[in-house]
Design a protein around this ligand. Structure first.
Ligand code: WT7
Length: 630
């Protein structure tokens, strides 16, 4: 049974039903899944505590809805297509039948190592099929996975192991990434100097020399030997934890966002099918890493729950050259391609030459996620990748939301560059002002809140429920607060303005940093920018802009003036940056998020303590920025 929406009026109709009778709406969607026992009640909730339960007392196993469900109908269809880092190495295609057997065999192996229901398992692996098998095997036996991006440092890894009390780590010897070979197991070994786990299981990927500790470390290929390739999935409660995923907030140590089984399951499949308009037989490619929620929901769970074919790519966008994404799209005839604006901008910088030799004719839908997409990148993506025929779905959501919340439905919702457009069915958005009032009507701007539960939402922050309450449910009474600023335009369309923790108040006027950045980025020589506020004697806050640009044939002075002009033209003189520092790079986490905390400190002249820079992609950049401070 499909719950796919096909028309714009169908969308409005479904949306209406989802708001007037939410329980009936989600029960109908949940009906198309396999439950071992049906729920007593669809929803129990209270945003005060918070306490949210979907499909109360229902029993299920999410992997039955991925594996058994598809075994006899589409068992021979590719579930995962894996593309290795090196294009000359042969990839792997894993059918649903093969995936079933691999997951069963590995889950039996995990059980033989004493891992079972309720245990926490860290997955610290590169983008190889075993990573997906590992996630599903955990889900099959009722263990709770916590995937840690394999680019994180050993300190970040040990912090997470300690925070969730992990019993095991699943990892690899190494990782191929571009022309580099990364020593993954070595990082695990270093992490384990500061934490303990009983078991480490290691996939042989690079074949590099590694240490194996007797009685703790096992090779994946040895550990699965002799185990049956089928088993019965553990019976789980709908509200049992499926996974913990750590996400860095603007302050403090990363918090473990907890998602539970039943709600996450129906939400990821429903949003996957509707946003991307995925049809059976299509090939879907999300370029995220499984270390991020995007990888969880739209490489693994969403596509596989839908019986889809999901592409998993081990490498980086520019290896061996800037045409790699386009080569992979042609190679597998990818129909839906989902990536981040940062990747689009990075590739845009190479011009259109690397695209020329590829057809890209299989593409039907393009997606964007993770940050506001600037208009220039949107148009480049639309024109050069989508050949002006593919709708772009700009999908807004968060680790905490589990799945896409605001997005066009591909080919159905009319799009506007840089707008995430409209909420998905079931998502009741509120635009709030600083005093806690709901802003009604269109053409309003405020803080984005959600006033009613949705199945994929965060349940708690692991080990610290109060932090969940404080972070998300205390700013606005009775609401989930997203931390994002938003504009609802004259058409009722939503545009995300960026985190409100980054809102700058200049002479009483508020600007989203993303809004100012968008304007700066409109300058043709600007590649990327980041804007923060700093204390200003007259205006309260001034605007400080860090800008990466093409300096060929320009002086700093004339570029700076042009950028100011450009901002004046697009937003108004009041948003004109007070200071512009030309830089060669920005301090980014490995997930591509700019660490604004560092930029703010430099802008404020608070240079003695930069805080934790261990998760930065390129820590040297900080030195350069301090030296060039305006
Ligand atoms: C934050 C969440 C959602 C998975 C990847 C990021 C920003 C996300 C968009 C978008 C503008 C976006 C928001 C949000 N964000 N998507 N389409 N347009 N902003 O997950 O790391 O939890 O980050 O990313 O600021 O709050 P995350």
């Amino acid at each position: 049974m499909s719950n796919r929406i096909h028309t714009l009026s169908g969308y409005f109709h479904e949306y209406q039903k989802s708001v007037t009778e939410p329980e009936k709406f989600w029960a109908r969607i949940a009906d198309s899944f396999h439950w071992k026992k049906r729920w007593d009640k669809v929803l129990e909730w209270d945003f005060e505590s918070p306490d949210i339960k979907w499909f109360v007392n229902a029993k299920l196993n999410i992997t039955e809805n991925i594996l058994e469900r598809h075994l006899y109908t589409i068992g021979d269809r590719p579930a995962i297509i894996w593309e290795p880092n090196d294009p000359s190495e042969e990839g792997r295609t894993i059918t649903y039948r093969e995936l079933y057997h691999e997951v069963c065999r590995f889950s039996n192996a995990l059980k033989s190592k004493g891992i079972g229901k309720g245990d926490k398992v860290i997955i610290y692996m590169p983008m190889i099929p075993e990573a997906a098998v590992a996630m599903l095997a955990c889900a099959r036996i009722g263990a709770i996975h916590s995937v840690v991006f394999a680019g994180f440092s050993s300190t970040a890894l040990s912090d997470r192991v300690n925070d969730c009390g992990a019993k095991a780590i699943l990892t690899s010897d190494g990782n191929f990434r571009g022309n580099k070979k990364i020593p993954v197991k070595e990082v695990v070994d270093t992490a384990l100097e500061n934490c303990t786990v009983e078991t480490v299981i290691v996939v042989k990927r690079t074949g590099q020399e590694i240490d194996m500790l007797d009685g703790r470390d096992y090779w994946w290929h040895e550990v699965i030997e002799g185990h049956e390739d089928n088993n019965v999935a553990e019976e789980m409660d709908s509200e049992d934890m499926l996974f913990i995923l750590y996400t860095s907030g603007s302050t403090g140590k990363p918090k473990g966002v907890v998602h539970t089984i039943g709600g996450y399951m129906i939400y990821t499949k429903y949003t996957f099918e509707n946003v991307f308009q995925y049809s059976q037989g299509d090939v879907f490619w999300c370029t995220a890493d499984i270390g991020w929620v995007t990888g969880h929901s739209y490489i693994v769970y969403g596509p596989l729950l839908a019986g889809g074919t999901t592409v998993m790519y081990e490498g980086v966008p520019t290896y061996p050259d800037a045409g790699r994404f386009w080569a992979v799209i042609d190679k597998y005839r990818v129909n839906q391609f989902y990536t981040a604006p940062t990747a689009i901008r990075a590739l845009q910088a190479f011009g259109t030459e690397p695209i020329q030799q590829y057809k890209l004719e299989s593409l039907k839908v393009l997606g964007s996620v993770g940050e506001p997409i600037n208009e220039e990148a949107w148009h480049w993506y639309h024109t050069h990748i989508g050949k002006s025929k593919c709708p772009i779905v700009d999908t807004w959501w968060q680790t905490e939301t589990g799945g896409i919340m605001i997005s066009p439905l591909a080919g159905i919702t009319p799009t506007k560059p840089a707008y995430a457009t409209l909420p998905l069915p079931g998502i009741q958005l509120f635009v709030m002002d600083a005093d806690g009032n709901k802003l009604v009507g269109n053409s309003v701007e405020g803080n984005l809140c959600i006033g009613f539960p949705w199945p994929g939402m965060i349940r708690t922050t692991y080990g610290d429920h109060d932090r969940c309450k404080q972070t998300y449910f205390s700013t606005y009474k009775g609401m989930y607060f997203t931390g994002d600023g938003v504009k609802r335009d004259h058409d009722g369309y939503y545009r995300i303005l960026g985190r409100v923790d980054d809102v700058i108040n200049v002479s009483g006027h508020r600007f989203g940093t993303a809004e100012v950045e968008n304007a700066i980025n409109e300058h043709p020589l600007v590649l990327e920018s980041a804007v923060v506020g700093y204390p200003h004697e007259v205006k309260g806050q001034g605007i400080y802009a860090y800008v990466i640009c093409d300096m060929t044939n320009r002086t700093e002075a004339n570029l700076t003036n042009e950028i100011k002009e450009s901002v004046t033209k697009i937003i108004g003189p009041i948003a004109k940056p007070d200071k512009i520092q030309i830089v060669s790079g920005l301090p980014k986490t490995r997930s591509g998020k700019i660490m604004r905390r560092i930029l703010r400190k430099v802008a404020e002249g608070n240079l003695d303590n930069m805080g934790d820079t261990s998760t930065l992609l390129d820590p040297e950049v900080v030195e350069e920025i301090i030296k060039g401070r305006k």
